[in-house]
Design a protein around this ligand. Structure first.
Ligand code: NAP
Length: 485
């Protein structure tokens, strides 16, 4: 096993890891590597290539504030365009020499005597670094439910985040399991190609119209020629999205207007009363992620598409069997069943001070300080860690705020020659008590089941506040929150 010493190791080359690398370089810190398990940069935008994959946050906001793009082709860009944007960032900011692709960080171990982290990678290399920043993303590990008989299925089967482009869906009988953000994007794209599509729906999502359109050439030229106008446009999207937080956080009744719109959307796009009833949710809007689409409901009205609400009970060699005993014969099963989100950094192991394992520290719930530092784990930072996800705005805003905070911590460690900078347990506890208190009033706790919540119904994924508030509160690390040695 070879060993290399670095000042800093970044894990992940998605929006978070790239942003960290860019900002470190801008601060004159160059001695770092970016470990990336995949074959390229882009993170979720490299992994998810399913037909119709796009972002449901407008691109002018779902992009770095310091790397504006006037040429976005449409309001809600597709996956390929977002990936190309991130590739270009990697080139422009000269990050390629720092990248170690196809290299998974498998285990991190804090060496208190040396004041360094040991990072074991899948390549059999042991790196040592003074500081580690994990930007591995929350929606990373595909979740395939353990349905009895699943392994007996002899047809094609894949998850939406690992789309099998080599499999020709044309003319096939296809089962899709799941009706979340991913499924509602790819179902309309494949519905007119397959012979029969059986969509197994456990819970219908709330869906609003998608105010999408291509930008005209004139608009793109204006954005390019007058960056001020693009900035105002970005700010207006931000303000609109941020305003919805009031409904999510404090006054779920405000969301009634959105529910009314969503019901109208169903009525306008679906004539059949039985199908209308089947796709109408019974939980409060906003409790699960609100989705946007103009082509999902029309796809469901096609004669070759059936929404199956009878729960999936088992899978056989060539069929999906429902609880009432119905056998739906299929050639392929596509899982649109989301991601394993609760084990934030898994399967990577992180062993901190006194041999403590992060997974153990989080047994009672994944608590951190602003989602980016954990007591007992010196010189270790996360981007998009616990309670920093959003239900209402652009994650890039949160990522930039966390990166700025971490960059300042890194600068302090280097400037003051610290061996260990660690958030104080009491500060972390107080922070989380405040967070839990606020969480109680949110719509996410209004009684639905979602990936936002753990088995105890506790929310360790979302930030229960406004993004401007997170940005302001993380402007500068406070010395009193940390123990420094
Ligand atoms: P998801 O929202 O978690 O949806 C998973 C779906 O699978 C749900 O409909 C769920 O039903 C269903 N399901 C899970 N296990 C099942 C089982 N055993 N039997 C039947 N159905 C089952 O996953 P996703 O669609 O991949 O999206 C995950 C997240 O990724 C989103 O919330 C969003 O944050 C992000 N995303 C974003 C975009 C975007 O436009 N920006 C696009 C795609 C994904 P239940 O609802 O009953 O649990």
């Amino acid at each position: 096993m070879t060993t290399t010493a670095r000042t800093l190791v970044i894990i992940g080359a998605g929006f978070a890891g790239l942003c960290m690398a860019i900002k470190l370089k801008a601060a004159g810190i160059d001695d770092f590597v970016v470990l990336e398990a995949g074959a390229g940069v882009g993170g979720t935008w490299r992994d998810n290539t399913y037909p119709g994959c796009a972002c449901d946050v407008p691109s002018h906001l779902y992009s770095f504030s310091f790397e504006r793009r006037a040429a976005w082709s449409r309001k809600y860009s597709g996956q390929a365009e977002i990936l190309e944007y991130l590739e270009r960032c990697a080139d422009k900011y000269r990050l390629r020499p720092h990248l170690r692709l196809n290299t998974r960080a498998e285990a991190l171990r804090w060496d208190a005597a040396a004041g360094r982290w040991w990072v074991r990678t899948s390549e059999g290399v042991e790196l040592s670094a003074r500081i580690v920043v994990a930007g591995v993303g929350g929606l990373r590990v595909p979740e395939i439910p353990t349905i009895p008989g699943r392994e007996r299925f002899s047809g094609a089967t894949f998850h939406s985040a690992r789309w099998d482009h080599g499999y020709a869906l044309a003319g096939k009988r296809v089962a899709v399991i799941g009706t979340g953000a991913s499924a509602i994007q790819f179902v309309p794209q494949i519905a007119d190609k397959v012979a029969q599509l059986s969509l197994f729906q456990r819970t219908p999502p709330w869906i609003l119209p998608k105010p999408d359109r291509a930008f005209t050439g004139v608009e793109k030229r204006i954005f390019a020629a007058a960056p001020g106008i693009e900035r105002v446009y970005r700010a207006s999207i931000y303000a609109q999205m941020e305003a919805t937080a009031l409904g999510f956080l404090r006054f779920p009744k405000i969301l009634k207007a959105a529910e009314w719109l969503a019901r109208r959307h169903i009525a306008a796009q679906i004539e059949d009363p039985a199908l209308r009833a089947a796709v109408t949710p019974s939980f409060a809007i906003g409790c699960k992620r609100i989705l946007i689409s103009n082509d999902y409901y029309p796809a469901l009205t096609r004669p070759n598409v059936e929404v199956v609400t009878d729960p999936v009970a088992s899978i056989e060699e060539a069929a999906v069997v429902t609880r009432s005993g119905r056998r739906v014969a299929v050639d392929a099963i596509i899982y649109g069943t989301g991601f394993a989100v609760r084990d934030f950094l898994a399967p990577m192991t992180v062993v901190g001070r006194d041999g403590q394992e992060l997974r153990e520290a989080w047994r009672g719930g994944a608590e951190a300080f602003y989602g980016l530092a954990v007591a007992g784990f010196p010189n270790f930072f996360m981007i998009v860690g616990p309670n920093t996800g959003l239900g209402h705005n652009s994650m890039v805003v949160m990522i930039e705020a966390q990166v700025r905070y971490i960059r300042r911590c890194v600068q302090r460690i280097l400037k003051e020659g610290l061996t260990a900078l660690e958030v104080l347990p009491a500060r972390q506890r107080a922070f989380n008590e405040g967070l839990r208190g606020r969480m109680r009033r949110t719509v996410w706790k209004s009684g639905c089941q979602s990936w936002y919540l753990d088995d105890q119904g506790e929310n360790y994924t979302l930030w229960p506040g406004y993004t401007w508030e997170f940005v302001l509160r993380t402007r500068r690390p406070r010395a009193a929150d940390f123990a420094a040695a």
